[in-house]
Write a protein that binds this ligand. Sequence first.
Ligand code: PRX
Length: 660
Amino acid sequence: MVTEKPQQDTIDSILVEDRRFSPSSQFVENASINNSHHLKILNKLASDDNELFWAKLAHNEIDWHTRFNKALDDSQAPHYRWFDDGTLNISYNCIDRHLIDRANKKAIVFEGERGDKQTLTYRELHLAVSRFANVLKMYGIKRGDRVVLYMPMVPEAVIAMQACARIGAIHSVVFGGFSAKALKNRIEDAAAKAVITADGGYRGGKIIPLKTACDEALSEGCNSVQTVIVLKRTAQDIPMVQDRDIYWDEAIKHVSDDCAPEWVNSEHPLFLLYTSGSTGKPKGIQHSSAGYLLGAIVTMRWVFDANDNDIYWCTADVGWITGHTYVTYGPLALGMTLFMYEGAPTVPDAGRFWKLCQDHKVTVFYTAPTAIRALMKAGDDFPNKYDLSSLRLLGTVGEPINPEAWMWYHRVIGKERCPIVDTWWQTETGANVIAPLPGVVETKPGSCTLPLPGMDVAIVDESGKEIEDADKGGYLVIKKPWPSMLRTIWGDDKRYIETYWQRFNNKYYVAGDSARRDKDGYYWIMGRIDDVLNISGHRLGTMEIESALVANEKVTEAAVVSRPDELTGEAIFAYVVLKGERPTNGIDADLTNELQQWVAKQIGSIAKPKEIRYADNLPKTRSGKIMRRLLRTIACGEEISQDTSTLENEAILEQLQGKQ
Ligand code: PRX
């Protein structure tokens, strides 16, 4: 039931924040949390004694090898430790514990872009993970060693992650769309002992040459890597390096079926995941074992209303945090059936996602606003061709969703029957932080609604004072530690503190987003406050792209900003100063193409600037700072309202605006 049903032709009216949507009675009836009293109790328990709240959940939700005595150790704050004296194994919690009553239940259902299918029951998954864990052991990988994964979105990616967890090795998944250079930097930062990759992956009708990129990354430096395990996915001919490379299917021939889980401490690092910051160097976000798992489990229950009959599909790649928490760990920890798809949403046409939902009877579907917008643009005919009646809940993550896309998702995909959970969180938070409990919390298009139980979220001003007024924007902070929070930046405790804590004297975790709260207490994310861009829901540092540009021999200086983009949320706009002459009128399509390809090679395709404008120099203040706000105004084509009189070189404004 919809409280107020906007007409399609008055889509603008939904911008009015008072539009609220209640879940349908059908959804409420079956939801595990379906009365507000239940939520109130959870919130009360959490606010009465936050530590006890998490401790109780941890005792109930995790199968411990040895139980913990103390929930939180804050003696080294802001380095927090959760459930510190407990021991467990994550892969045991995701697989072994289901062997009693779900051994023959499907754990993973997979479909490739070309229609190839694969299914693994929990028993089969257990066997595959155990064998691969033994392969890792055979190659000398031990507890605490780092293993980099550079893989397509196939079940073996999940198997490899779970196998690392089984032996206490720390995985670091690098998104398959990243370049050889980006891969090399991450391998070196983590000093990985092994790399797991594939000959290739299928996407958009093409083969992504993963092994080639991997060889390029390893051709110089990366001295820590001793072994490369290669999954045969595309079966094209690829060179194998003797004494270093081994095919996955060869390796598993020589190992036993049994691999006892390695019991690790709650705080043992489960994985590193590199994410962009405002400086050039990506940060290896380090997550723990028990706290992280707890975050994944409780949010699967609260936000995704997980149940045993669900066919759950999160479209995120394992290269991102969403592909960790809501593909590899959360759903399996709850014994769900996970659906995975390797390819692009538009192959063979923009109906593919909807066909997959129909064919596999997907019940819960979680994706990014970028995908929703792209599929919305392709028209209603695609989804309307398929039977989407199995869907009961829809989710979105990664960037703010515009109300128009929200309404389309609600109407055309969810048929006004499925609640939409807009989930705000980050690589660093490990799990959803602000999101609705769909059976209880009314939703508003564009708002991620309310903080989850146990999450002490606030909005503060420059001085760190809490903003109570409705609709006044400020820094989004989290006031209390929570179990699934990041533990540090790999090898750089100082940067961890500087990035997330120092701004308000180590009192609050600073998310780096700005937000406001409306009169109902609903949160609206306004964007980043640092120099981080959000392109298609993926974070990229401006500095990272600028460094890539200036690494080109033709470029002297570069400044990167973003401007709103209909499809990708934000698009990259680069201002470039060349070593040679500036092209006439600041336009040179060939050079722009060359620099776009260059950036793709340095970082990956997602980092390619959409537009490049050439100028004789960049606008700087007298103290030499690039005036980024001004550049953003120009990129957005807005009227310049900033005071430009302090500019060192006011004359270049015309060039930057493309007028000369
Ligand atoms: O700016 C916020 C945006 O994505 C950032 C986190 O990016 P990443 O670590 O790559 O993780 C993405 C998946 C969790 C946030 O700081 N963001 C994420 N979810 C939302 C969002 N912005 C608005 N609404 C969301 N639901």
